[in-house]
Design a protein around this ligand. Sequence first.
Ligand code: SAH
Ligand code: AVI
Length: 303
Amino acid sequence: MQSEFACDVRAGLSKPQKELHSKYLYDDLGSALFDAITLLPEYGLTRADERLLIRYAPAIPREFSCVAELGSGSGRKTRPVLEALRGPRYFPIDVSCAALDRCQHELAGAAEIVPIEASYLDGLTHVAAHRNGDPLLVLFLGSTVGNFEPRCRTEFLAQVRSRMRTGDALLVGFDLLKPVEMLLAAYDDPAGVTAAFNLNLLGRVNRELDGNFDLRAFCHEARFDPNGHRIEMHLNSRCDQTVKIRRADFSCTLREGETIWTESSHKFAEDEIPPMARAAGFECETQWIDREWPFCESLWRAS
Ligand code: SAH
Ligand code: AVI
């Protein structure tokens, strides 16, 4: 039987616009490359998020003795929240084992840490069963919400809500619309770190599914779609080629210039956030904005 990864790769590469799901960017190497991206001068997103959390964590209501984080990554930015809540029980949820290891190391001493290696909703179901009636704050930082397609986003947020109780809260980070040049530089940096992050997805297919992608036969491409308000990452084939992926029992051909779409990062307007909260069963209580790198931290209450 084929793994879920093999089935998803096969399905994604069979579409007219070939695609690979962005959750597969984060194997051990991918998680390390993402951490490097957060340090790039051109990628201001993580620093903006961190500035807001340092500044406003003390304003988060103190009642939450249980915190779950969706896609915690290394957890570096989360320390001020855990400290403001005076050491709650903290459940980082991530599909990347490497990210969870780093998170435990990074946040040692700030909370009682219970790592959960799972997808977002499965992880949150587990938290719901183990919260012991404690008030719950769910964190969804870094604008990872922007990696969802709009039609899936509201459904996903409603699914998050259905695992929470009335009075619980969700703190969500949104990267706001900004000049296109800033966005293109952030997703196509001159040091090539984002390119390596993107190409590593093909490397992962080779390693885990016995594929024969030649990484040098692809180039990283970041485009802005002004209608969809999103940056898209693609892998652009430099030539006509055929690729075999043995453990997916699949081969595919690519023409020169054809792309594999690997990620969308949606960018938001401030005023579209409160209606999004309402559509998913929350009330937006507060928005904190960073003007240096336009970014919004939005605190929602489960209504
Ligand atoms: N929250 C951190 C990390 C963002 S990177 C920050 O703001 O910097 C996105 C993280 O989500 C990665 O660590 C990745 O492994 C994880 N992730 C991606 N898709 C996921 C999914 N479907 N379920 C759980 N974790 C996921
Ligand atoms: C995790 N996520 C919000 C990042 C983003 O900006 O969409 C992932 C990333 N992709 C390229 N650079 C960073």
